[in-house]
Design a protein around this ligand. Structure first.
Ligand code: UD1
Ligand code: CA
Length: 474
C-alpha cells in the first residue's frame, strides 16, 4: 500500500498572537509541524506533502530539511481546498492520509489503526469524544450508529450541537474516491469555505461505510490554537518523556519537574535525576550517573558513575567516568574531561582537555588548554587565552600544582610536576619539577598610620529637631 500523507499547515493561527507562523511554535524545542512530520515518517511506503500558506515562506525555509514536498495554498479557502492543492500528486490506488500541522502529539500507532480501516468501500475517520466539543465539527450518526455526515459548529442545528463526538480532522481514504469528492465540493456554507468534512456525506452517498476510531487519549488529537494549549501539550509531552525515562530505569525525583527537549543516544541504568533538570539536544548518559537539581545538560556525553551537583550547565562537553562536576560548574563546548576529574563551583571550562584525576575545584576559567593527569589547579586560576584578536593554548603537564590566583598567559606550558606559587602571573614556560613564582616582594611600612576621619560640618539644628529619634538621643 502506497501512502500519500497531506499535512495541512496553511492556517493563520491568529490566536497565537505571534509574528511567527503557528506551526513553527515549538514543543520540546521542536516545531509543531516537525512533530507531525516525524510521526508520519514512521509509516512505511509514505510520501509527505505539506500545504503551507500564511507566513509560509518562513515555514518552508526553517524546515527545508524535512523530507517532504512543499505545496503553497495561496488563499486559505478551507480544508477541502487545502487538500485539493496536492491532489494531482495522488494516484488512484494510493491511500491518502490527512494530518494537521498543529496537532503535534498524535501517535504513529493511532495512525496505523486508522489506516487499517481504509478500503475501497470504507473511509477511516479519527474522532474524539469531548466534554465540551465547542468549535469541533460534530459526527452525525443514524439510528444504527453509522456515521452519515459531519456538520461544522457554525452550520449545526440545536440537536447537532448536543453531539459530543467531534471530528479531529484526521482521516484516510482512497485516492481515486478522494479526487472525485474534492471535485464536487462547494463553499455553500456558513463560512463560505470548501470543507473537507463534506466528503463524508458524499462517501456515504457513494455507498461507503465510515469507519471510526479514537486515540488512546484526547491529548493526542488536540490542536494548538493559543499559547495556553501550547503549554498544555508541552506538559503532556514532557510527562510522556518522563515515563519513557522511568521505564528505561531512570529515577526521576519528580516526573513533573524534568524536561527533555531532544533525545538520548545512549541511556544507562540507575541514573538518578533530581528536580528541574533540563536535557537538550542529543545526550549520551551512562549508568549510575547522579544529576543534582537545576542542571542543564545539552549535547553531552557523560560516562558511568559521574556525579553532577546542583546548578551546573554542561553543553557539547564530554565527562569521563566517576568524575564530579559542580555545584555551579559550567562546561562549555569542547570541554573534554577524562575519568575521576573534579570540577568545582564557579569553574568554567571551554575547549580544553583535562586528563584523569585532575582537580579544578574553585573559581577558575580554563580555555584552550590541555591539562595532564593528577593536576591540581588552585582557586582563582585563569588561563589568559585571548589577546583580543587570537586565542592561544595553555598546556599544563601531568602532576603540576597551580597555586591559587594564578594567571597563565598563553601560549604557555607548565612542565611536569611543576609548582606555581600562588598569585603568579606566568608568561613564560615553567620547568618541570621546579617551583616557579612571580610575585612583587612583600613589604611592610612600620611608620604607616591609618587615616582619620575628617571633621564633619555641623548639621543644621532646625533639621535636627525634626528628627525625633536623633533629638532624643542627643
Ligand atoms: C476543522 C474541521 C472540524 C474539526 C476541526 C478539528 C473542517 C471544515 N473542519 O475545523 O470538523 O473538528 O478542524 O480541529 O475541516 N488549513 C489549511 N488551509 C485552509 C484551512 C485550514 O491548511 O484553507 C489547515 C489549518 O492550518 C489547520 C487545519 O487545516 O491545521 C484545520 O483548520 P482550522 O481552520 O483550524 O479548521 P477548524 O475550523 O478548526
Ligand atoms: Ca482548529
Amino acid at each position: 500500500m502506497s501512502i500519500k500523507t497531506i499535512i495541512l499547515a496553511a492556517g493563520q493561527g491568529t490566536r497565537m498572537r505571534s509574528s511567527r507562523p503557528k506551526v513553527l511554535h515549538e514543543i520540546a524545542n521542536k516545531p509543531l509541524l516537525q512533530h507531525v512530520h516525524e510521526t508520519s515518517l514512521s509509516l512505511d511506503n509514505n510520501t509527505v506533502f505539506i500545504i503551507y500558506g500564511h507566513g509560509g515562506e518562513t515555514v518552508k525555509q526553517s524546515l527545508s530539511q524535512l523530507d517532504a514536498t512543499w505545496i503553497e495554498q495561496k488563499q486559505q479557502l478551507g480544508t477541502g481546498h487545502a487538500v485539493q492543492q496536492a491532489i494531482h500528486h495522488v494516484e488512484d490506488g494510493d491511500t491518502v492520509l490527512i494530518l494537521y500541522g498543529d496537532v503535534p502529539l498524535l501517535k504513529a500507532s493511532t495512525l496505523q489503526t486508522l489506516l487499517k480501516k481504509v478500503s475501497a468501500t470504507s473511509l477511516a475517520l479519527l474522532t474524539v469524544t469531548l466534554d465540551d466539543p465547542t468549535g469541533y465539527g460534530r459526527i452525525v450518526r443514524d439510528k444504527d450508529h453509522a456515521v452519515i455526515k459531519i456538520v461544522e459548529q457554525k452550520d449545526a442545528n440545536e440537536v447537532e450541537l448536543q453531539i459530543s463526538e467531534g471530528n479531529t480532522g484526521i482521516l484516510a481514504c482512497k485516492g481515486k474516491q478522494l479526487k472525485n469528492w474534492l471535485s464536487r465540493l462547494s463553499n455553500n456554507n456558513a463560512q463560505n469555505e470548501y470543507y473537507l468534512t463534506d466528503i463524508i456525506e458524499m462517501a456515504v452517498d457513494d455507498g461507503l461505510t465510515i469507519e471510526t476510531t479514537q486515540a488512546d487519549s484526547q491529548d493526542e488529537v488536540l490542536g494548538v490554537n493559543n499559547r495556553s494549549q501550547l503549554a498544555h501539550l508541552e506538559r503532556v509531552y514532557q510527562l510522556q518523556q518522563a515515563e519513557m525515562l522511568m521505564e528505561k530505569g531512570v529515577t526521576l525525583r519528580d516526573p513533573n519537574r524534568t524536561d527533555v527537549r531532544g533525545e538520548f543516544a545512549a541511556l544507562g541504568q540507575d541514573i538518578d535525576v533530581d528536580i528541574n533538570v533540563i536535557f537538550e539536544g542529543v545526550n549520551r548518559i551512562g549508568s549510575y550517573v547522579k544529576i543534582g537539581p537545576n542542571c542543564l545538560i545539552k549535547n553531552a556525553t557523560i560516562a558511568d558513575g559521574v556525579e553532577i551537583l546542583a546548578n551546573s550547565v554542561i553543553e557539547d562537553a564530554v565527562v569521563g567516568a566517576d568524575s564530579r562536576i559542580g555545584p555551579f560548574a559550567r562546561l562549555r563546548p569542547q570541554a573534554e574531561l577524562a575519568d575521576h576529574v573534579h570540577i568545582g563551583n564557579f569553574v568554567e571550562i571551554k575547549k580544553s582537555t583535562v586528563a584523569s584525576g585532575s582537580k579544578i575545584n574553585h573559581l577558575s576559567y580554563i580555555g584552550d588548554s590541555e591539562i595532564g593527569s593528577k593536576v591540581n589547579v588552585g582557586a582563582g586560576t585563569i588561563t589568559c587565552n585571548y589577546d583580543g584578536v587570537n586565542k592561544f593554548k595553555t598546556i599544563i603537564e601531568d602532576g603540576a600544582f597551580i597555586g591559587s590566583d594564578t594567571q597563565l598567559v598563553a601560549p604557555v606550558t607548565v612542565g611536569k610536576n611543576a609548582t606555581i606559587g600562588a598569585g603568579s602571573t606566568i608568561t613564560k614556560d615553567t620547568p618541570a619539577e621546579q617551583l616557579t613564582l612571580s610575585r612583587v616582594k612583600q613589604v611592610s611600612v612600620a611608620s604607616w598610620q591609618r587615616p582619620v576621619k575628617l571633621a564633619e560640618t555641623v548639621p543644621d539644628s532646625s533639621l535636627h529637631s525634626l528628627h525625633p529619634c536623633k533629638s532624643e538621643k542627643e
